[in-house]
Design a protein around this ligand. Sequence first.
Ligand code: IPD
Ligand code: CA
Length: 295
Amino acid sequence: MLRAHAGTIKLIIEGFRKYNRVKLGLDWLQILEECKNNVKKQIAPLLKTLNQFESDLGVGAGGDPIKQVDLAAEKAITETLLEKGLSFTFISEESGIKSYGAKPQQHYITADPIDGSTNLTRGIPFYATSIAVSKKPELRTVHTALVADLFHDVTYTAVKGEGAKRNNQEIKPSKQTDLAEAVIGVDLNTYKAREIVPHITNLIEQTKHIRHLGANALELCYVADGTIDAFIDIRGKLRATDTAAAWLIIKEAEATITTLEGKPLNAKLDPREKLTFVASANRRIHNIILNLLKA
Ligand code: IPD
Ligand code: CA
């Protein structure tokens, strides 16, 4: 009886939030869902020709070689937004910063059209599309976010002040505080491994389960929903475009994300802007990790 009552209240709150989103302007969650669906549709034919030779498409604004699938995903996002008649500034890992419509400063859309492109082209089933909406080109103003695992059809979303969800179900991070039992992601994808390794040796020595799955936006969502207990990227290489959406999902799930010095993360939303961060399930394990990284 009580449970049924709680269910009804939850539905009323959800309905009220949706009504507010629409009343206040745009239902960005709905728009981002449509962008994701279009990305899935547009990249589907390309998934059939994985591992084939690709002509040189140059280097994207974020500094990595562009793949056909990245461009198809990016086009799917901008086309969906344009079909809605929106004015916006598009900040993307691939084509950099572009203005659309008469009032491009109205909305900032920051995207990594495909996060984990190498996984995708090699047939490793772990890649995502990541889209964030903000009022300014600044990380801390992101108010709506979506990161979708395109292979497993799992979508993470967050709206500022409304919590984070995985396939529409509220998520929370783990309560793990024991490093030995924790699953910790560490991105070591760098030619500067010699510089990074001394900082993480103490942590690795105390942790049994170290992972890097190859799509940072999704790995951050894994911290948000308790799949893993922390994710660390101290290479100074990860673009703000790849992190923007997952940042809000982490915050709204009430996980923790800071700089190496324990400061709140903020950045200009620009594909040339690089971030260093430690994201953890809870404050306790976060402090333990920060101390070990300092050592
Ligand atoms: C890459 C992934 C990967 C990380 C690379 C990123 P991309 O994103 O997030 O995990 O190690 O540094 O470039 O290039 O596939 O969008
Ligand atoms: Ca990408």
